[in-house]
Design a protein around this ligand. Structure first.
Ligand code: TNX
Length: 573
């Protein structure tokens, strides 16, 4: 028998002489066992509770990314009640997290889940979000406690509460992702989680230049990042095939340079209000937008709009192919630096985050010395705007600038120029092409994607160590990871999702989880439970053969044809 203090269902052994239903000794069982009627009533009540609260279908340790510390308590599962209340510290940012939690849970549960601040009397049960001055949890950590009596998330910041909410969401049955009410017992597994990220920079990049994606698509991608506790969205806003952000001082960049894309489609661009909306939506999910203006190469679209930026002052035709490395703005012209200062100035004013990404990749036609001077001058412009610069690792040879970040996208583990830039003070974001490039195919038969950096199945996306990836780069220089999605071959939201899932969660786990949790077999088992969540949320994903997906999702498919949902296509190949 379990301990009397336990609230767990007691296993009632029919061979136990104390069993109340023991047919052999009617009437004397209580006396024989030495148990009072009250104790027996308690046992019966616990058994009834157990029937009402079946074991949680999700285990506390099933979370992706793996939490730092998980302490399950099989006696403490919590059944979310229909009249549960969400209580939250009276802080505007914490209240916003609580409202988002309510908005996440209401559709599937159909429960009202009112949000109240903690000033009033404490009702029993429900969910509490508590902002505490708890330094142990850091800028993004949280603690989650599930007991029979309720669920509590504690954090030092609203970002920490937000991450705790993502964990809470994953602990409910997969049907919680349904957009319409589902008859389900909303049970959470009992116990405690203490969780903090390994790296402060955990990102994904969306290339909206090769193919343009409208604001609703980008907002949905932001939701996907938030689920897996990513905190940076890098937007690749400009490239040869299109310029995607309105710039008041150079209006033709967007209206002319934006009117093309790979394959000859219409392209498009974000107005300043569109961009503000994206930034605000991301910020509400504790995600910082890092906008990229790729310079000096990858600029054909800008040259189409303004011939004065071109080395020969002749506007090229719009480019709708997929080659790289042929275009550049004239580094010898002062007009080019006016353009850079104007564009980055307007973008800096629209961007609350600390960083501006200046690209710097594949400027093959610009001589090395000229290239380094150009990058140094652009770095000074960024610093003058009060921002820190990020560039692809090709900017390594340029002089160091305070706070400079290099984004590694190579496929080898050795690059003396990058190691040297790190010695001069740069820090690194790791996006190794052969592990983190989500535009690579999963397998030879993957219908979209590239393979120049190799095939990237889920294991390849997961099985590398950011801290030890580059020779002669100390672990302390690594600020985090980022998964880029280039879109030469990606044309729809469903295709974006197909390339992100299930590899984005793999990269997210590298960025968040302590190295001690790294284990491919356990990762793929945890990941397997997410397929049903993605299906319920209408998220397209690749049913990778490496992941032991359960045979059939046990939950209803989402409504088709709803504007909020991509067509459900759980296996494209
Ligand atoms: C390389 S990665 C590029 C991009 C392409 C990508 C395709 C990088 C900084 N440059 O221009 O879209 O490969 O995989």
């Amino acid at each position: 028998m379990s301990s009397p203090a336990s609230t767990a269902p007691e296993p009632l052994d029919p061979l136990d002489p104390a069993h109340p239903l023991d047919p052999g000794r009617p009437g004397d069982a209580v006396v024989a066992s030495g148990r009072t009627a009250g104790e027996l009533a308690g046992a019966a009540e616990r058994e009834a509770t157990a029937l009402l609260t079946p074991p949680a279908p999700v285990r506390l340790g099933d979370v992706v990314p793996a939490p730092e510390r998980v302490t399950p308590d099989g006696t403490a599962d919590h059944l979310l009640a229909a009249d549960a209340v969400i209580r939250v510290s009276a802080d505007p940012a914490a209240l916003a997290v609580a409202e988002q939690l309510a908005a996440l849970l209401r559709p599937a549960t159909g429960y009202p889940l009112p949000v109240t601040d903690t000033a009033g009397p404490a009702p029993a049960g429900g969910i509490a979000l508590h902002l505490a001055g708890d330094t142990e949890l850091g800028a993004e950590g949280y603690r989650l406690d599930v007991t029979t009596g309720g669920v509590r998330i504690t954090a030092g910041t609203a970002a920490g509460l937000h991450h705790g909410v993502q964990t809470l969401r994953q602990l409910l049955p997969a049907a919680i992702e349904s957009a319409t009410p589902v008859a389900e017992r909303w049970v959470l597994p009992g116990g405690s989680i203490l969780d903090r990220p390994r790296y402060p920079h955990r990102g994904a990049m969306l290339d909206v230049a090769r193919h343009f994606f409208g604001v609703p698509d980008v907002l949905r991608v932001i939701d996907h990042l938030a689920r897996y506790k990513l905190n940076r969205l890098h937007l690749h806003l400009t490239d040869d095939q299109g310029w995607r952000i309105a710039v008041d001082s150079w209006p033709a960049l967007a209206t002319v340079g934006g009117a093309s894309e790979v394959g000859g489609g219409p392209g498009g661009h974000y107005t300043r209000d569109d961009y503000r909306r994206i930034v605000a939506y991301a910020a509400a999910r504790h995600i910082t937008v890092i906008p990229e203006i790729d310079l000096p190469g990858h600029t054909n679209a800008a040259l189409v709009a303004y011939a004065e930026l071109a080395p020969e002052r002749i506007a090229p035709p719009p480019y709708t192919g997929t080659e790289v490395g042929f275009s550049y703005v004239d580094p010898a012209s002062e007009r080019t630096y006016d353009f850079v200062a104007d564009v980055l100035g307007e973008l800096a004013a629209l961007t609350p985050g600390e960083w501006l990404h200046i690209g710097g990749d594949e400027a093959f036609k610009v001589p090395a010395q000229v290239y380094a001077s150009f990058v140094e001058r652009v770095q000074r412009i960024v610093a003058g705007l009060g921002k820190s610069v990020v560039g692809w690792h090709q900017i390594a040879p340029a002089a160091h600038a305070d706070g400079r970040l290099l984004q590694w996208w190579g496929t080898s583990g050795d690059d003396p120029a990058t190691a040297d830039a790190v010695r001069r003070g740069a820090r690194l974001i790791l996006s190794p092409g052969n592990h983190a490039y989500l535009d690579m195919k999963y397998a030879p038969e993957t219908p979209i994607g590239q393979d120049w950096a190799g095939l990237i199945d889920v294991r390849r996306a997961y099985d590398w160590n950011p801290a030890a990836h580059l020779t002669d780069v100390p672990a302390e220089a690594v600020l985090g990871v980022e998964a880029p999605l280039w879109t030469e071959s990606v044309t729809t939201l469903a295709e974006i999702e197909f390339m992100l899932f299930p590899r984005l969660p793999a990269i997210a786990e590298l960025g968040w989880s302590p190295r001690s949790t790294h284990d491919w077999d356990r990762f793929r088992e945890r990941l397997a439970g997410h397929g049903a969540r993605w299906t319920a949320a209408g998220i397209t994903f690749h049913r990778s053969p490496e992941v032991p997906w359960p045979a059939q999702p046990s939950i209803p498919a989402p409504r088709r044809g709803s504007p909020d949902h991509a067509p459900t296509r759980s296996a494209r190949d």
